[in-house]
Write a protein that binds this ligand. Structure first.
Ligand SMILES: NC(=O)C1=CN([C@@H]2O[C@H](COP(=O)(O)OP(=O)(O)OC[C@H]3O[C@@H](n4cnc5c(N)ncnc54)[C@H](OP(=O)(O)O)[C@@H]3O)[C@@H](O)[C@H]2O)C=CC1
Ligand SMILES: Cc1cn([C@H]2C[C@H](O)[C@@H](COP(=O)(O)OP(=O)(O)O[C@H]3O[C@@H](C)C(=O)[C@@H](O)[C@H]3O)O2)c(=O)[nH]c1=O
Length: 296
């Protein structure tokens, strides 16, 4: 079976390229050859590759910039997945897609379940929700995995930002009134492959029964400030974390105060997920760490 993987150069896509290899023949075009902002090109790629499975790890992920680039964010995060779902219907293909905790407004008291109503605060969150809704409405075999606070030793993420800033500054002011679960890109990729393995073995009845929306994050939760402290402690760095409010930080895009996602639906199918501290330790000690990303 041919698997079309988009976004293979991103933090999740890079891990997926490894995790998905045992499942089929992987086709992972470069961004220039499969630009999600160019719907005609995307359609042509889908019709020429004719995959049995589409895995969409490409997205517009610049949360603050999206406030000023609404049309582009919507095209990449909503219109392109909608086209993928439509073409998957024509091809008889399945679609695996990723979404975010930022579809919620963060006002809930506890962790969000898949059945809770989204109410995104930001353009990024709105664009991701529109993508989810288009796929769910297409009537195709699909999985949508909502995750949160993704980190890895590649690309742009909070972990690498802290490792960089922590080297340059003695003290950092970090938001302490937003809570969520930092999730390692490798956990996401390996769990995705596990889920797809079950789907491929189970065929149509599996999709009937188990297809749809899942929450998939590390277990436990912390604040961005708590996460930064754990990063500096694990990396042996002395940078002091000064807790501040999101209002004091003043980011361009609003973010949910509560990003916690209840993953029990997914864990019933795939087994337990690691807590965020274990995920952080695994990430920092993974092979790339030896290349000097983590200071002595
Ligand atoms: N990062 C996070 O904290 C979270 C991410 N998610 C979701 O997880 C998924 C993966 O995100 P993540 O790996 O972290 O994101 P990254 O930003 O690391 O990677 C995104 C990938 O998409 C590619 N891309 C961007 N625009 C286009 C385009 N127009 N056409 C084709 N490719 C494009 C990028 O290409 P290039 O390498 O050339 O820039 C990159 O390879 C996304 O759906 C995201 O919304 C959900 C929750 C948290
Ligand atoms: C760099 C920095 C950030 N922050 C705060 C701002 C913000 O509230 C929080 C995280 O900021 P970042 O911009 O790193 O992360 P952000 O882009 O908000 O990360 C999000 O990305 C998208 C793609 C998702 O889907 C989300 O799950 C989430 O991971 O940390 C500080 O308080 N101090 C700092 O020095």
């Amino acid at each position: 079976m041919k698997i079309l993987l988009t976004g293979a150069n991103g933090q999740l896509g890079h891990e997926l390229a490894r995790s998905l290899r045992p499942l089929g023949e992987l086709v992972a075009p470069a961004r220039a050859d499969c630009d999600l902002a160019d719907l005609d090109q995307l359609r042509a790629v889908l019709r020429s590759v004719r995959p049995g499975l589409i895995v969409n790890a490409a997205a517009y992920t610049a949360v603050d910039r999206a406030e000023d680039e609404r049309a582009l964010a919507i095209r990449i995060n909503a219109d392109a997945p909608a086209l993928m779902a439509q073409e998957a219907g024509e091809l008889g293909a399945a679609l695996l897609h990723y979404s975010t905790d930022y579809v919620f407004d963060g006002n809930a008291a506890g962790a969000y379940a898949e059945t809770d109503t989204p109410a995104p605060l930001s353009v990024y969150g709105q664009s991701k929700l529109a993508g989810e809704q288009a796929i769910a409405a297409a009537g195709i075999r699909h999985l949508i995995l909502r995750t949160s606070w993704v980190v890895g030793l590649r690309g742009n993420n909070f972990l690498l930002t802290m490792l960089r800033l922590g080297r340059e500054r003695a003290q950092l002011r970090i938001v302490a009134d937003q809570h969520g679960a930092p999730t390692w890109s490798r956990t996401l990729a390996d769990t995705s492959a596990h889920l797809l393995g079950l789907a491929l073995a189970g065929g149509a009845p599996w999709w009937e029964r188990h297809g749809g929306l899942y929450h998939l994050t590390s277990q436990g939760c912390t604040s961005w400030a708590g996460f930064a402290e754990a990063i500096f402690s694990a990396a042996g760095m002395g940078c002091e974390v000064v807790p501040i409010t999101a209002a004091e930080y003043g980011a361009r895009a609003p973010r949910p105060a509560n990003s916690r996602l209840d993953c029990s639906k997914l864990m019933a199918l795939c087994g337990p997920l690691p807590d965020w501290q274990t995920a952080l330790a695994g990430c920092l000690s993974s092979a790339d760490a030896s290349k000097g990303l983590v200071p002595d």
